[in-house]
Design a protein around this ligand. Sequence first.
Ligand code: DOR
Ligand code: ZN
Length: 347
Amino acid sequence: MELTLTRPDDWHLHVRDTDALTTVIPHTARQFARAIIMPNLQPPVTTTKQALAYHQRILAAVPDGVHFTPLMTLYLTDQTTADDIIEAQASNRVQAVKLYPAGATTNSAAGVTEISKTWGALESMEEQGLPLLVHAEVTDPEIDVFDREQVFIDRHLQPLTQRFPQLKVVLEHVTTREGVQFVSSAPDTVAATITAHHLLLNRNAMFKGGLQPHSYCLPVLKRELHREALLAAAISGNRKFFLGTDSAPHTRERKESACGCAGIYTAHAALELYAQAFEDADALQQLEGFASHFGADFYGLPRNTDQITLVKKDWQVPDSYPLMGSALVPLFAGETLHWQVKAGSTD
Ligand code: DOR
Ligand code: ZN
């Protein structure tokens, strides 16, 4: 069995920098035409100048003969000004701005301490039509880690979308039924990305037979009822929900540690994993809209015109890939997947 789709884009991706790029960029560029590149480097990508330089470093890691366009983002801080936004928009390379609540996740220490401090920047983004991408979790230690998305929506996201009604907002990596409901009932300016791992796994995966650091990410995997709500949204044909892997590479040492980093690596098999989730839900015909159309439409970018073909064929995920002199353990390492992207598939 084969499935041919318009070439997809990844609307949420971490590729890191320097030597890591040579491992992870080929994985993404093999299947996706474009990807929204997250700015949580150390130091973070807070200026257009930094974003343009990072863009060049990513392009240098794209294999010869492969067409891949990194779509750059800025990292929002308490200090981001309206002028920073105008400069970003004028660059034609910066496609969005990412809001990390300070302390919410990996490399978020320089993030936003209080959303009201960003109102000047948000007003400018609303005017310029530059989307805001939100890591929607409160950092309040009093709030249970499984409730942080819902509380963020109630306390911050709902009021923000009311204050800036024209601002395009993406609730990144939505993980809860409440998140899906919020996005579904919000105006058309509000959308969400959904990861493959949140479609395929519930929180039991973190504890299967013992503590499983490679199934730990943020927002953390949730109960089965939330996974079901995400899957229903992804296969619904609702144009507000589109593909964003949140593939997040870390070395084995940083994952298998007394204090392991958050992040699940899925770029090695991204489209294959989504195809599995959609097939399990008997909804393969809905994959193209979700993976290849709705994200581009939301961002106001042209849809890709070439194609990619998936084949129903078993293959074994490697135990690891080399990363920065260490190893990168991908999702489903050593296991068999049932879909495979046909090499070199194009128009
Ligand atoms: O699991 C995650 N990993 N969630 C994030 O929000 C950040 C990401 C990373 O950069 O490793
Ligand atoms: Zn992310």
